[in-house]
Design a protein. Sequence first.
Lengths: 122, 122
Amino acid sequence: MIEMMDNGILRCDCSAVHEEVVTRVKKQMPKEENLYDLAELFKVFGDTTRVKILWALDNAEMCVCDISVLLNMTKSAVSHQLRVLKQARLVKYRKDGKNVYYSLDDNHIASIFELGMAHINE
Amino acid sequence: MIEMMDNGILRCDCSAVHEEVVTRVKKQMPKEENLYDLAELFKVFGDTTRVKILWALDNAEMCVCDISVLLNMTKSAVSHQLRVLKQARLVKYRKDGKNVYYSLDDNHIASIFELGMAHINE
DNA sequence: AACATAGTTGAATGATTGTTCAACTGTTTC
DNA sequence: GAAACAGTTGAACAATCATTCAACTATGTT
């Protein structure tokens, strides 16, 4: 039997065509929480500005002003996005005088981007 | 000198602090178009439902009804998301009678998800 | 032919989100 | 101390998006 969800109400408007497949796959699925976190991570990658920032920081440590000039955006817009990247533990920063220097905080990023590019150029 | 953008108007409200870094990084950046496509791809990954569908299809070929039961969602909602995945060339399908069977159309997906999980569990 | 089921589709809606704007903090320099 | 600059922040706005709903197509069954 198909396992019921939390509330016991089946939202789906059909009966399983291949019950054995569904139950088997259900067992092999990661925890709901992990899948949610995974989607949240990709959501961070799912914005042109953030992708550009990450790609840039993969090449060099940069301050907010540098990134602003590079991407031709306001410091504010860049700062907002850096905050998102910071919260996702993708970038780290160090302060030096008036400047705040950002750099990558994860060595998986380049690999993930490579794989993404591989899919696009196919 | 920092290269001007298309319209010649600098949106950024500051002068580059490290001009040489900016120009060097700018040279090493991929084409605007490729970075856009990359972000678009990750945008597809950036939704819990789609992540679940892809993870499920990595384990077995399934029809819409199966996925609906597995995720406890309406066929309509699942079908909408399958369309997005189809457009991104991430899933393919075959028709058989009343059923439409979906399966993965890219062997990078599992690797990308693995790397994403690696970042989360750190 | 009529009916049930699998799946798709378009419009509508509520929620999320990226950028802008203005105001702010903090550091350096004159 | 005041001006200048780097960076942050919160509210507001426009745009995007995931799900729902209702109507539809198409295939199989009786």
